[in-house]
Design a protein around this ligand. Structure first.
Ligand code: E4P
Length: 222
């Protein structure tokens, strides 16, 4: 399973990249707005693309086909690793088809059902992004969409990558991995939590404390 970082925060991206933990980045207008301040969003996207050697999703803010297509083409020019993110709306699907035909990879976002994922894949999406956490928030089980979409894509040998988004905790990552999602995109705090277990910390404390009881402890020299 690939891990993407769901952020536009350059500090978080540098940390995750240097730790070798991520394969790509997803952004959205909310995340860019949070990080941009006075900085041009385009400059943030270019910087992210130079930091991470993997797909970087950048979302259009237009909502009509022609504008989405034009904006998507412009985003794709920013760097070779840009993936254009298009919302799952009717006008968007036409833009997906046109951008894909031009060889531009598209991530269809704001998917909340498996059939939306199927429609997006048929339009030529390279990635579909069902939002787990937001479904859980309204009392649904977001993981049902991952399960159903995986089965549908496998039934028809669809190569579109299933990208589990709106991930809120490590259990979401585990379950999405068990169900065969190709990618999980998550905020930095969730990525950090994937590394942690209280028994690991307790076990290490115990090992070091026991080692310190040896009269003349020595390290193995190379
Ligand atoms: C994915 O591409 C989205 O940016 C993201 O996962 C949305 O997550 P949220 O529901 O936590 O905002």
């Amino acid at each position: 399973m690939k891990f993407f970082l769901d952020t536009a925060d350059l500090g978080e991206i540098r940390w995750a990249e240097q730790a070798g933990l991520i394969d790509g980045v997803t952004t959205n207008p909310t995340l860019i707005a949070k990080s941009a301040g006075d900085v041009d969003p385009t400059d943030i996207l270019k910087e992210i693309c130079s930091l991470v050697d993997g797909p970087i999703s950048a979302e259009v803010v237009a909502v009509e086909t022609e504008e989405m297509y034009t904006e998507g083409k412009a985003l794709a020019q920013l760097a070779d690793n840009i993936v254009v993110k298009i919302p799952m709306i009717e006008d968007g699907l036409v833009a997906v088809r046109r951008l894909s035909a031009d060889g531009i990879r598209v991530n269809v976002t704001l998917c909340f059902s498996s059939v939306q994922c199927l429609v997006a894949a048929k339009a030529g999406a390279a990635y579909v992004s069902p939002f787990l956490g937001r479904l859980d928030d309204i009392g649904h089980d977001g993981m049902d969409v991952i399960r159903e979409t995986r089965a549908i894509f496998d039934n028809y040998d669809i190569e579109t990558e299933l990208l589990a988004a709106s991930i809120r905790h490590p259990r979401h990552v585990t379950e999405a991995a068990l169900l065969g999602a190709d990618v999980a995109t998550m905020p930095a705090p969730v990525l950090r939590k994937l590394l942690l277990h209280p028994l690991t910390d307790r076990g290490l404390d115990r090992f070091l404390s026991d080692w310190s009881k040896i009269a003349h402890p020595s390290k193995v020299e190379v």
